[in-house]
Design a binder for this molecule. Sequence first.
Ligand code: GLU
Length: 315
Amino acid sequence: MHDLTAIVADITEEMLAAPDRGRPADYIPPLARVDVGKFGMAIVTLDGRVFTGGSADELFSLQSVSKVFALTLALGRVGDQLWNRVGREPSGSAFNSIVQLESERGIPRNPFINAGAIVVADVNLGRGAPRESLAEFTRFVRHLADDDTIAVDQEILKSESETGYRNLALANYMKSFGNLNRPPEDVLALYFGQCAIAMNCVQLAMAGRYLMAAGRIPDSGHRIVSAARARRINALMLTCGHYDASGDFAFRVGLPGKSGVGGGILAVAPGVASIAVWSAGLNAQGNSQLGTLALERLAVRTGWSVFDGMNVPGI
Ligand code: GLU
């Protein structure tokens, strides 16, 4: 077994000293103020051990990492019918791109680009009111993380609602193709709300446990999704979880992962660990610069990449 305490300490030390830290997202004003000097990391293993480094207890904005939990909820509501409205292919485009939507007639490439997540939010809204649906979503994340303190950051929610013109454009455009059932404003109220949830690395790694454990929360045994569905969500995270840098993330890290513009990344080593990293500075594709580097270091030190053969004796 690896000395995870030492590995996490080494990676944290390197990340805190790294000169090239990226830039925080600036299109949601409060995100631009977050200190890029900070770095946090948490690993939860299948047997329930927790390893932390740096600012692992500091809250950050979940942003697009929420799309993993939203997809999980939506699949629970409508099952495979979801795939009539959202594709399962990498987009090769930026997170908020509108170009493919025209040629593909309002069907987003995958549930992890903004357009796809907006369709997923429409599913999760169902016939309900945005406020109730957001409360249900928050309860779901609390349940996954086993932590009732998780909540929506109202300042981020207000700010994104005031500046989210491009998401409003995406929603309206899909509505024109008939791929949204509810009014765009209501769908976005849920979408912005789920993105505005604040979590820390420990909470996020805890929330991702069902994805390393074939769909069950390991300590309680509570089933969140079937094993087949957990495998598929992991596959989508691997192929589509980092927008147009998904291929590069697979190349460098080799784990299913989902990033958010708040600087958080959730990564899953199936059967082994759920990992969360956070550092607010982003690279050119909108993924955490040091979060990605930290996961790359972790994969090298542990051999946890899904392409490495994690169960080969001696690795
Ligand atoms: N709330 C952000 C948006 O929709 C999420 C983007 C991200 O985290 O990548 O613009």
